[in-house]
Design a protein around this ligand. Structure first.
Ligand code: FAD
Length: 290
């Protein structure tokens, strides 16, 4: 099913994100993660994509398993290291495996890697154009409520985002954020610039301080004092941090839904148990029997 159709019929969507196993690692565990996540009955499940493309077959495999488990899949695709023919091959493979939704990303070159000579995409808007030209996909794009780390200003980033949406994005998913007011201010700015596609709020349940500190720093996400206090107080006690992280994400989502967001996308970090506890907290709010 196309996600754009889901977004037209549902007042608010709930979706989860998974990452694929590295080449040569446990595929059976990845299958279990897909099955357990699909049992939560999210509206769709997305699977990330390694920017250098070396786990692309596992992204596709996981996306296919999601569809086989009766759930809609969204396969991420990055273009930073890709040639036009690489992209065409991957899109054909997605279609052959029943995957109809793609999140079009530039990606970041892994440290120490250089762009291959035949890599030809500079930015995600060019990938969106290539997918549109290929045809047959619902296309999503990424956006950054606090601005992308490379942008000189949020205005510049939003102008670039507009270009990406006009290239053919059906919806956008945000980078994680921990202060809902940051998202609300961003949404007003998008609307003022004529960006009206649905924006899904990316929510990261932080249940492990060590794992998250680096990700948060690299993404340039700010931590409101209320959240920083939780990290400081419970960060070294894994059971307490898990409870606090689930409660914080739950509260964030309740406020977002109350304020009319079009969808909530949970960065699950391959923890269906945690996604399940959040979905359970929200079963009536999201209209799910989790
Ligand atoms: P772009 O839209 O190209 O933007 C990147 C920067 O370039 C921005 O500063 C933007 O303002 C600027 N820019 C954009 N277009 C133009 C233009 N035409 N001219 C000049 N400047 C321009 N990474 C992965 O490797 N795999 C994943 O699966 C993955 N999933 C993600 C999912 C989400 C929801 C998000 C928010 C991010 C994800 N990322 C993933 C990370 C992402 O690849 C990085 O944030 C990357 O740095 C930017 O990707 P983008 O698609 O937003 O790029």
């Amino acid at each position: 099913m196309f996600i754009r159709d889901l977004l037209q019929t549902k007042p608010v969507t709930f979706s989860c994100e998974l990452f694929p196993p590295k080449a040569g690692t446990d595929l059976a565990r990845a299958d279990e993660v897909v099955e357990q996540t699909a049992r939560l009955k999210p509206d769709f499940i997305s699977v990330t994509y390694g920017a250098s493309g070396n786990t692309s077959h596992n992204t596709l495999r996981m996306a296919r398993r999601i569809e086989e488990n009766g759930c809609t899949a969204l396969a991420h695709l990055t273009c930073v290291s890709a040639s036009r023919s690489d992209v065409a091959v991957r899109l054909d493979a997605m279609q052959q495996n029943g995957v109809q939704n793609v999140l079009a990303l530039r990606g970041d070159l892994p440290e120490g890697e250089t762009k291959p000579a035949d890599a030809c995409f500079q930015h995600a808007n060019e990938l969106v154009e290539a997918i549109r030209a290929h045809g047959g996909f619902c296309i999503g794009g990424a956006c950054y409520p606090e601005g992308h780390v490379e942008s000189a200003s949020q205005e510049e980033d939003i102008a670039n985002l507009k270009r990406k949406v006009e290239a053919g994005c059906d919806f956008l998913t945000t980078q994680m954020f921990f202060d809902n007011n940051v998202l609300y201010r961003f949404l007003y700015k998008l609307y003022a610039k004529g960006i009206t596609v649905p924006v899904l709020a990316g929510i990261m349940p932080v249940t492990n301080k060590k794992q998250m500190t680096r990700i948060i720093r690299l993404s340039g996400t700010s931590l409101p004092p209320r959240f920083q206090n939780i990290l400081d107080r419970f960060g070294d006690d894994s059971a307490a941090m898990e409870q606090a992280g689930i409660a914080y994400a739950t509260e964030q989502i309740i406020d977002l839904v109350a304020n009319g967001v079009r969808g909530v996308h949970l960065y699950t970090m391959n923890r269906p148990d945690i996604a399940g506890r959040i979905a359970n907290n929200l079963s009536h709010i999201l209209g799910k029997d989790a």
